[in-house]
Design a protein around this ligand. Sequence first.
Ligand code: DC
Length: 227
Amino acid sequence: MSRNRIITIDGPSGAGKSTVARLLAERLGFEYLDTGALYRAVALYLRRRGVGEDVSDETIEELLRELNIGFSGGRVYVDGEDVSEAVRTPEIGHYSSVFSARRPVREFLLSIQRAHAERCDTVVEGRDMGTVVFPDAWMKFFLDASLQERAKRRYLQLQRKGINVTMEEAVRDVQQRDERDSQRDIAPLRCPTGAVYMDTTSMGIEDTIKKMLEFIEKQAAGSCTGY
Ligand code: DC
């Protein structure tokens, strides 16, 4: 078990986890780990190696043996190359959801995620942070929002990056990812036991962070460690 304080933030696509986790980490002076970026980086790597959805577990395992993945200062690296922008396309979003259901991919990233959070107090965000990767985390949150709201956020995010999708495509994409991420056999998306559930449909980023900080303060007072 880690001696550092780990705050987990889980939730479906487009619930605002990344922005909230990054800002929360900044306010608390914690490190920040975006595990979705790691799954996206693996997907990018496998796609570059010409891998499709029907690839065998053995081939994935073999290819992952040669992969060096890193996350530092909010950037994600594949064999030393900064791929933070390259992993944000709708295509890689799709494949990250597909490949994240595969056992060798989850096993490969499990130790990387734990090793990262071993070093210092960390805010980690993803789909299975409080359930599988850090079940003994100091504090757990589950961020949710309505499908329409999450699709709208995803749509605006892609528009800002100059990636053109229609609102209908954004809704379909978020819906498909919800299904795949919550219905897979290994580490499906679930609200972890003991997590604070927050519906952010009509909450802005600042309100969400304020509310989370209130819970964290209570937790810190209870465990006498402060932050
Ligand atoms: O949060 P994101 O959209 O960047 O994540 C991309 C995909 O990675 C998501 O569809 C599911 C997968 N993922 C996962 O299975 N487990 C995590 N801890 C984080 C992401």
